[in-house]
Design a protein around this ligand. Structure first.
Ligand code: G16
Ligand code: MG
Length: 218
């Protein structure tokens, strides 16, 4: 039986990918490294230092650990200045309603994000209180696709993984859900997220009865 829902943040509840793209583009541009929208797609769900390394690997320049930290900080400062323009209305259509519906029906609700800025984003959207437990990059040693992010969320809710549905837009996150032994729902392109048990084009399209039926055989 499904008792708990564990949500990814970026790409499921709101779209911060455009801000990440602009901030990484500005940095890559300064370093004369090409960075495309396709590259940005591959960074979804990947943590900050992993994302930076992906970009630096496209260059033949060498960077010390101190250089890398300074570059990551520079990107984050720019990204945070964009986050501060976010409003409660920047939540994806249907996300607030789904959280309210789950709360009304007494499901446990957690967040499982790879972002160190997760709490800041939730505060901007004014939905921090919708979550019983929040896992962000500060709580985990091994980021997505390792199962630790989603497993930590289930532990925080004090439930078994099989009682949980994980909801993700990124392949790395989906691997984390599957590795954790949870039911999986993808948000986005069914071809990219083909390992998910169910895929919907957006959070607004999620069919709760269909998702709950995943738990009937377990
Ligand atoms: C998000 C994004 C990634 C981003 C990562 C780290 O993960 O999808 O693109 O690189 O967080 O973000 P920050 O630099 O804010 O720590 P998720 O898991 O919420 O989709
Ligand atoms: Mg995501």
């Amino acid at each position: 039986m499904i008792t708990s829902f564990i949500f990814d943040l970026d790409g499921v509840i709101t779209d911060t990918a455009e801000f990440h793209f602009k901030a990484w583009s500005a940095l890559a541009n300064k370093l004369d490294i090409p960075f495309s929208r396709d590259d940005n797609e591959q960074l979804k769900g990947v943590d900050r230092m992993g994302s930076l390394q992906f970009i630096l690997d496209k260059s033949d320049q060498s960077f010390s650990e101190t250089d890398k930290q300074a570059l990551a900080d520079e990107k984050n400062t720019l990204y945070q200045s964009m986050l501060d323009t976010m409003q409660p209305s920047d939540i994806f259509p249907g996300a607030r309603e789904l959280l309210e519906q789950l709360r009304a029906r007494d499901f446990n609700i957690a967040l499982a994000s790879a972002s160190k800025n997760a709490r800041r984003v939730l505060d901007c959207l004014q939905i921090t209180d919708a979550f019983d437990y929040i896992v962000d990059a500060a709580n985990v040693r091994y980021g997505k696709p390792d199962p630790e992010t989603f497993l930590t969320a289930a532990q925080g809710l004090k439930v078994a993984p099989l009682e949980c549905v994980g909801i993700e837009d990124a392949q790395a996150g989906l691997e984390s859900i599957i590795g954790a032994g949870m039911h999986s729902v993808g948000i986005g392109d069914a071809k990219t997220l083909k390992r998910a048990e169910l895929v919907y084009p957006s959070i607004a399209a999620l069919n709760l009865n269909e998702v709950l039926a995943l738990g009937q055989s377990s």
